[in-house]
Design a protein around this ligand. Structure first.
Ligand code: CP
Length: 317
């Protein structure tokens, strides 16, 4: 649990994790995101809410979706956007991260969007900057990816409405997944009826309260009768060694195919945060099927990130 996300006045100061964020705040983010979805459908996809503000993307780890949708979200809010190219920055000359941050603050950066392979870095920075500066965690190690957790829950609300009636299966490498952690906290706070973690025992987490979920080591049983199937990639970059003997065997046991998907409810939606490994955790036919909402997740991500940045900066909402 992080203590500095909410200011003494009850406002969102930083977004580091979904753990401990209230249902009221999540609902506020969702309702604001709904209005920003409409902005995304206009000819002129811009509102002036962050005019004069500067957003800096600091990505110490690769990204396609998160970095670009944060950039698009900031631009739609009329902010100025900096994308620091880490390999060509003075980080490569040994500059301490906090010195890089302080130099960017001296250039009047208001919001930092930070992705880092080491868990805890965005929180460390949030604890060491002035209160006029806001930090958004865009993924730190296997710890948290709060805007992804929120956009995933928002996607479920768009398709399924009532969390209290929902069975959600999160399938795959949950142990190394910051996305799964952020989803579990958000879905649990929203009152999701049943959260199932499905995968081999070696992929089950040991750091999340067991009362938030049930575990299944069998794919068919795990997704039986669920409303939502969220697939995850095997995150080899966060493993000490290769713990899956064969991708083929993994796919046979835990890959989501059209045949396996029949065990879920007929109208179940299929989600994936990306990047997707077709033929490893998901069959192409499923990824591209009418039940897949994977690209809608990306579109909704822009609206969620616009909502989060607006709430950080605008003290009147
Ligand atoms: N979902 C997600 O974090 O994707 P990227 O790594 O491409 O940002």
């Amino acid at each position: 649990m992080i203590n500095n996300q909410i200011s003494n006045e009850g406002k969102l100061q930083h977004l580091i994790t979904t753990e401990g964020i209230s249902k009221e705040l999540i609902t506020k983010i969702f309702n604001l995101a709904e209005s920003f979805l409409k902005v995304g459908k206009r000819d002129v996809k811009k509102v002036p809410l962050l005019r004069g503000k500067t957003v800096c993307n600091l990505f110490f780890e690769n990204s396609t979706r998160t970095r670009t949708t944060f950039e698009i979200a900031a631009k739609r809010l009329s902010a100025d956007v900096l994308n620091l190219d880490i390999p060509t920055s003075s980080q490569s000359k040994g500059e301490a991260l906090i010195d890089t941050i302080n130099n960017l603050i001296a250039m009047s950066t208001d919001i930092f969007v930070i992705r880092h392979p080491e868990a805890g870095i965005p929180n460390y920075i949030a604890n060491n900057v002035d209160e006029s500066v806001h930090i958004i965690n865009a993924g730190d190690g296997n710890n948290a990816h709060p805007t992804q957790g929120l956009l995933d829950a928002f996607t479920i609300r768009k398709y399924k409405k009532d969390f209290s009636q929902l069975k959600v299966a999160i399938v795959g490498d949950i142990k190394h997944s910051r996305v799964a952690r952020s989803e579990i906290h958000a879905l649990s706070t929203l009152g999701t009826s049943e959260i199932r973690l499905v995968g081999p025992e070696i992929f089950m987490p040991d750091d999340i309260s067991q009362d938030k979920f049930q575990t299944y080591n069998d794919m068919k049983a795990g997704i039986s009768d669920v409303d939502v199937v969220m697939m995850l990639r095997i995150q080899k970059e966060r493993m000490q060694k290769d713990i899956i003997p064969s991708e083929k065997k993994y796919y046979e046991a835990f890959g989501l195919t059209t045949e396996i998907l029949k065990h879920a409810k007929k109208d179940a939606i299929v989600m994936h945060p990306g990047p997707m490994n077709r033929g490893v955790e998901i069959q192409s036919e499923v990824a591209d099927s009418s039940q897949s909402v994977i690209l809608a997740q990306v579109t909704f991500g822009i609206a969620i990130r616009m909502a989060v940045m607006t709430l950080l900066v605008d003290k009147n909402i």
